[in-house]
Design a protein around this ligand. Sequence first.
Ligand code: NDP
Length: 339
Amino acid sequence: MTYSQKQILLADRPSGKPTAETFQYAEVPVPTPEEGQVLIRTLYLSVDPYMRGRMNEGKSYVAPFQLNEPISGGVVGEVVDSKGSKLKQGDIIIGNLPWQEYSVAGEKEVRQIDPSIAPISAYLGILGMPGLTAYFGLLDIGKPKEGETVVVSGAAGAVGSAVGQIAKIKGARVVGIAGSDEKIKYLIDELGFDAAINYKTEDVGKALAEACPNGVDVYYDNVGGEISEAVHKRLNKFARIPVCGAISTYNSDGADLGPRIETTLIKSSVLMQGFVVGDFSSRFSEGARELAGWLQEGKLKYEETIVEGFEKIPQAFLGLFEGTNLGKQLVKIAEPAVK
Ligand code: NDP
C-alpha cells in the first residue's frame, strides 16, 4: 500500500517580498528507502532568512531552489524505516531535507543527534547552524575583549540572541537592536544585555549615543541598511564588523542602500569582514562543544517560536521578515513516535 504525504514546492521566484503564491502544496507518495538509505519522518523544520536568497535565480553561496521542486532546509526527524547499517528505527537525526512530511536520505547525508544533551529542536537553533554562526562570527572575526562594547542588530533572533550572550560571557558590554518592546525587555531582563534599542520606535543614532558612551568596538551586523549606518557612525578606532546578514535588503526591489562606510573604515582603521558559517566547517565540533557546555552551565539561554502544522511553514517563513519570531523560528510537524 502506498501512503501519500504533503510537500511544498517553489511555485514562483518572488520579486520583492514572497507571497502565498510563491509556495505550492503537492500531494506525493511517501518514498521507499533503498539499500543504505533511511526513511525519515519530519519532526521539526527550520525556516531561515537565507532561504529568501535561494528563491532568486542565480547562485550566491548556496545554489538556488529549483522552480516546481521542493524547497529544502534544516530538518530534525525520526528514522521510521532503515535499510542502512548504522541508523535504526527511532533514531533522531538532523539533515538538509525537503519541505515534506517524509523523506529518504542516505545514512551519510544525515547526522544522528543526542536528545540527552538538549531538546531535539535546539539542534536547529542554539546547537545548530544559527548558534555556530554566532559563535564563529563573533569570536573569530569580532574578537571582543573584556570591557569592550559589542553592538548586535537582529538581537532577539536566533543568531543575535546567541551573539549577545557569548559577548557577555567574554566580558563585553552588550547593546542589542531589535524591533519590539517585548524583544527589548527580553534582551535586558532575560538575557542580561546592558542596553537594547527598539529601532522601530527610537532614533537609533541618538539611542546608540546614550547606550554606548565609549563608542562601539564590535558591530555584529545581521541586518544591514539604515540601522547599520547608524552604528557605523559610532565605531571606535580598530573596531571589527562581522557582516553576518543583511535581512533589511533581502526583499529589496533593487533600491540603492549603500555602502557609504568607506571613509569610516579608513579613518578608524575598522575591519569589516563578511562570512558564511560554512567557512568554519572544519571547526564545527569545537563550536558545538562550547555552545553545549555553556548551555549546560546555564550561561546560555535560548528561545524558540514554534508554530505547529505543515500548512504553517510559509507563514512562519514570511514572519521572519516581519519580526514575528523571538529566538529561533521553527515549525513543528510531528511528535516522535518512539519516546
Ligand atoms: P532571526 O531569528 O534573527 O529572524 C530574523 C529577524 O530579523 C526578525 O525576527 C526581525 O526581528 C529581523 N528583521 C526582519 N526584517 C528586518 C529589517 N528590515 N530590519 C531590521 N531587522 C529586521 O534570523 P537568524 O538569526 O536566522 O538570522 C539573522 C541574520 O543572520 C540574517 O540576516 C541571516 O541571513 C543571517 N545569517 C547568516 C549566516 C551566515 O552564515 N552568514 C547564517 C545564519 C544566518 P526584529 O523584530 O528585530 O525586526
